[in-house]
Design a protein around this ligand. Sequence first.
Ligand code: DMJ
Length: 657
Amino acid sequence: MQWRALVLGLVLLRLGLHGVLWLVFGLGPSMGFYQRFPLSFGFQRLRGSDGLASARSGAAGQQGTPGGPSWLQPLVVGAAAGGPQAPRRPSPGVCGPAPWGYALGSWDCGPDEYEKRYSGAFPPQLRAQMRDLARGMFVFGYDNYMAHAFPQDELNPIHCRGRGPDRGDPSNLNINDVLGNYSLTLVDALDTLAIMGNSSEFQKAVKLVINTVSFDKDSTVQVFEATIRVLGSLLSAHRIITDSKQPFGDMTIKDYDNELLHMAHDLAVRLLPAFENTKTGIPYPRVNLKTGVPPDSNNETCTAGAGSLLVEFGILSRLLGDSTFEWVARRAVKALWNLRSNDTGLLGNVVNIQTGHWVGKQSGLGAGLDSFYEYLLKSYILFGEKEDLQMFNAAYQSIQNYLRRGREACNEGEGDPPLYVNVNMFSGQLMNTWIDSLQAFFPGLQVLIGDVEDAICLHAFYYAIWKRYGALPERYNWQLQAPDVLFYPLRPELVESTYLLYQATKNPFYLHVGMDILQSLEKYTKVKCGYATLHHVIDKSKEDRMESFFLSETCKYLYLLFDEENPIHKSGTRYMFTTEGHVLSVDKRLRESPWKEFFSEDEEQEQQGKFVHRPKSQELKVINSSSNCNRVPDERRYSLPLKSIYMRQIDQMVGLV
Ligand code: DMJ
């Protein structure tokens, strides 16, 4: 008897609660946002031309959210009935009644706290203060590395010690893929010193690298990591030293005899065995710098690792006049490209280099694929090879067709705000409900192709996650509104996108974002001798590791964000950043390639048949935005990058409010 009364009581209580919710907010039973959210991401985006729109409309009809409103529609009363006359609560952006104001913050007309916080001007003194804070962050990390870790690869910032390869445990890839016993952090930091105008330290550091760093080491490293962190940095510093204009101050080196270029060559030659004895042309993931590909080598590699070598290898080839490096890197890109799904045009994240079978069928923007897309575009920007742009455009189109979910417009309209999800490369079906922190680079890439509006939108999502934790968790589950993987190793991607979006829009919003990021880095990651990886973004416990990209990318982009007067923003030269943040001047001499004959006309034709062409104007945009930094902002269009109401939606989406 008693338990029946208890159950009845609970039922009545629940009904009463729903009644109150219904009366006050118009929320029906079981309408928690987190329950609807995954459902509402089941539909395809309706966008684009070329006949895809109708196909996607069909998909939307089938897979949409019948009876399950998109996440903006919890406000719709009786949405399940779907009646056009169903009474609606005012949509966000419309002045709301008092209860909304109390429930969700002031949504009434006039500036709310979001607008007040983000749309205000950013005073020049504050800007200078933030620039100095970013420089100080770099200097603190760099000086401590030099004092406590050099000539080892990395700094352990908590115990003020150096770190090299884990010789005791060769399977410790997290360490051994990156640390080659070649003073990694010093090498990776070279061009940041130049960009910050520190010529004496740049000159000292270059000499130190020339005199002390050797690649003749019994180290088994990942080809990708050695390429982007070491090869890319050597090439960037070499270009800075030999630049006749010297925009960053006097960065010349007395009696410089192209030593850094020779070192880059030496390293690349040691990486070449990765491209031998592979049936597909896709390289082995790792090589030993002394002995080549280890006998027990893994035949599986990730797409980004194998397919993002073309920028560094291409520059090396063009500077040396030796086609070998570009040829192997380009062959790998093409081999991967040819393995894309015929139906979706998507690539997976892990492939067998001998069989060409996809071991990882997940397609997304993050780990395993990120820089593959990035380097298709950046290779085109640097070298002007049309086929790189064609591949990029086709890849971008597939991304839009299959990865982008949510509504068409960023700031307004029915349905969920857009988000890029992880799908099966063959079916386009959702594979999981997380996004990773590496994906935060994508808005920056969108800036380069001129898709600024979408970039603004996506960036806001990552920023909201940052605000919630004061960092980006390695993986964030948008269904659970919680991190899936909790560490944050001081990654640069969000800062990179923030910087590029600021250059594209000149909106002070991005300076506020940068200040937020700077302050949380100072608060949560600064330790005795540097900046430490966050082990857990919630309890803020730390790991004793400062990855080299913190100095080469995170600090650099933060500094550049606030350094309006930087030569990169002022000089007539156009610059581009590698995936490791190394600056490269876009020089028309790099566009000369005397080795076209390596790719037969037939092969090119065959490739082109598969490409989806974007409109001409889009191609022009790429060329115009070949500088990351010199874009003329369209003040009218982007005077307010995000409606403050949108920021609030996104904050809710990640569980921030
Ligand atoms: C860096 O080494 C590069 O940015 C790379 O493209 C991705 N991973 C790290 C930073 O997160």
